[in-house]
Design a protein around this ligand. Structure first.
Ligand code: SF4
Length: 348
């Protein structure tokens, strides 16, 4: 039932001859309480429970593997129908406990700094597989343990934008999970039509865009999407986003030594983002098997950050967590690269 929103549920209950208020009751049971069976819905008439049981599945999404990193980051791996593994990650932090969700099984884009790219693309996740990742975390940790949701896991969310929008609708149902849109962030590699769609249909959520180079030529070397949507088009969409949503965008910049963090890249980056309300997240590269970059040293990171700060930019260094569980940014799917022993690798 994790693919049913308020409107569909109203249609279902009315179609079964039940009063419309049952839809809200069911939303409460399905999304707000961690139950595993329709029989647990004690204030729903038995006949309706039986009908629901015959027609729908509650589908608790059962993880095939689970791994903790020493810093408390938790990663789950789920097997999906038709084969393939997807991963979601829980990152605890004072007042910022965050769940990172996958939107696709693998990824069709080919970002050079990302392990998921090496896994290849299987398919878009269905709505229930996206919502199911969150519901599993709710079953295991409880709803209060999750304060923020980010679509920064496997895949490009804006290439599965319809299901992402429907999932956001379900996450924000007041009688269900009750997330505020401002606590949900969609992270994209820069899919321009998806950014336009998101601004139209979910303007309250946060947007993060992966930038990673101050010019098209270098960006295209590490991100295949840059050939399709050059910086000129991307920044036009970001300006429109800021106008529509009145919210700043987060620009993610993976620090790749010898490629995009020379000191002269700082002024280039500053002039590129001029006029776009934004915050720049610097992410030191996280290594994985077969990667062609090395992680930057702390001194290199600080020097680049200071250069950007001196240019008046808002900058944050996002030191990675979850490295020990291959759960850090850019590492999802890295446990699958070893081949047939993939689940063993994931469960450590
Ligand atoms: S960074 Fe995102 S868009 Fe790029 S390959 Fe990885 S999952 Fe895909």
């Amino acid at each position: 039932m994790y693919s049913i929103g308020a409107r569909e549920l109203k249609g279902v209950v009315c179609g079964l001859g039940e009063p419309a208020f049952r839809a809200n009751q069911l939303i409460g049971w399905v999304y707000a309480r961690p139950i595993g069976a329709f029989s647990e819905m004690t204030d729903i008439p038995k006949s309706l429970r039986r009908t629901l049981e015959e027609r729908y599945r509650l589908m608790p999404f059962c993880p095939a593997a689970k791994k903790y990193a020493s810093d408390g980051v938790l990663k789950w791996a789920f097997e999906i129908e038709g084969g393939g593994i997807i991963e979601s990650v829980y990152i605890p932090g004072e007042g910022k406990d965050t769940l990172c969700l996958s939107s696709q099984a693998g990824c069709a884009l080919d970002c050079a700094f990302c392990a998921t790219a090496k896994v290849g693309f299987r398919r878009n996740l269905r709505l229930e597989e996206i919502v199911g990742q969150l519901m599993h975390a709710v079953f295991e940790l409880g709803r209060p343990a999750i304060r923020r949701i980010v679509f920064m896991g496997m895949g490009e969310p804006l290439l599965n934008v319809e299901n992402i929008l429907r999932a956001i609708e379900i996450f924000t149902l007041p009688s269900g999970l009750g997330f505020s849109p401002s606590r949900i962030t969609v992270s994209s590699s820069g899919v321009v039509p998806g950014i336009v769609e998101l601004a139209k249909k979910a303007p309250g959520v946060g947007l993060a865009v992966s930038l990673n180079a101050p010019d098209d030529e270098r960006r295209a070397k590490v991100m295949s999407i840059a050939k399709k949507y050059p910086l000129k088009d991307l920044f036009e969409a970001l300006r429109a986003w800021a106008r529509t949503t009145r919210a700043p965008v987060t620009l993610e910049y993976v620090l790749l030594p010898g490629f995009n963090m020379a000191l002269e890249d700082a002024p280039k980056l500053a002039s590129l983002v001029r006029g776009v309300p934004c915050k720049i997240n610097l992410i030191p590269f996280n290594p994985f098997l077969g990667a062609s970059f090395r992680p930057p040293s702390d001194d290199e990171v600080d020097a680049f950050a200071n250069r950007l700060l001196a240019k008046g930019l808002r900058v944050q260094i996002r030191r990675s967590r979850g490295l020990g569980a291959l759960a850090a940014c850019g590492q999802l799917g890295a446990g699958l690269l070893a081949g047939p022993r993939r689940l063993k690798a994931l469960s450590g």
